[in-house]
Design a protein around this ligand. Structure first.
Ligand SMILES: [Zn+2]
Length: 264
């Protein structure tokens, strides 16, 4: 068994776990996502209780949205990084005008205290857009301040987002969504994550509860992202909560606990 477009063989896919092109999704099967939509009220109530009891022990470090895309009708980075073609597409849309020779990342804009938009090339997928909000606030501060956080994005950034959702440019198939190199990222091609700093004395149920959330697409794991990116000065255990292809309704339910409104 092999993909007749890119030539990836079944044995190759078993080892690499990566698609070689968008046609691969029709050749190599992957386990289907769970379709349970609602997080049970009892679980949400328990979670909310844990958060509010541990208010002073939980620091909200950052919020990040990551969009990944591969060019339409192209070999994926497993075979071909397509950096020049991605730069041309971005350039034609008004981004990457000032990219430096040899550089494969580019900060699009820093909106004052708002989020930073950062483009990356040359990784697992052809292009990645990261939108990072550096917060470093206690859970309590965050819940209160969030009500007044500006929710809009600038014109420049919203047109960049539109480019990332314009299907004709990207590997996309009805029924599958945006196709990424790694089958588990496929669908929305989007991953949201939240870094939390956990101080000693947090409600011990905090960790066991998150295991129960994994079936809703919510994962929790220790993280070292903040050290790599020198985010804030938090010293202690840092955990990352992330949503990979979670349904909007699941995210909304969870965001509500954190006092977040709207989409990230
Ligand atoms: Zn293929």
């Amino acid at each position: 068994m092999y993909c007749r477009i890119c030539g990836t063989k079944d044995t190759q896919f078993q080892i690499s776990g990566k698609y070689g092109c968008e046609h691969c999704v029709t050749v190599f099967t992957v386990p289907k996502q769970s379709h349970r939509l609602w997080i049970p009220i009892s679980l949400l109530t328990e979670l909310e209780e844990i958060f509010s009891r541990s208010q002073s022990k939980i620091q909200i470090l950052s919020l990040r949205t990551r969009l990944t895309r591969n060019l339409a009708h192209s070999l994926f980075p497993y075979y071909e990084p397509m950096e020049m073609e991605v730069k041309q597409l971005l350039d034609a849309n008004g981004y990457w005008e000032n990219w430096k020779e040899g550089s494969n990342s580019f900060i699009v804009s820093k909106e004052g205290v708002g989020p930073v938009y950062h483009l990356y090339l040359g990784s697992e997928d052809h292009v990645r857009l990261e939108i990072l909000r550096n917060l470093d606030q206690s859970y309590e501060q965050f819940r209160n301040s969030n009500k007044t956080l500006p929710t809009g994005v600038s014109r420049e950034n919203s047109s960049l987002l539109r480019l990332f959702y314009r299907r004709k440019h990207w590997a996309y198939r009805p029924g599958f969504g945006f196709i990424s190199s790694c089958p588990t990222n496929m669908g929305k091609g989007r991953r949201d994550s939240l870094l939390l700093g956990i101080r000693e004395g947090v409600d011990p149920r905090f960790f066991s509860l998150f295991e129960k959330l994994s079936e809703f697409g919510i994962e929790i794991a220790p993280s070292t992202d903040h050290r790599r990116e020198s985010l804030g000065n938090f010293r202690g255990l840092v955990v990352k909560i992330s949503w990979k292809n979670a349904f909007a309704v699941q995210k909304r339910q969870f965001y509500k606990i954190l006092g977040l409104r709207g989409s990230l």
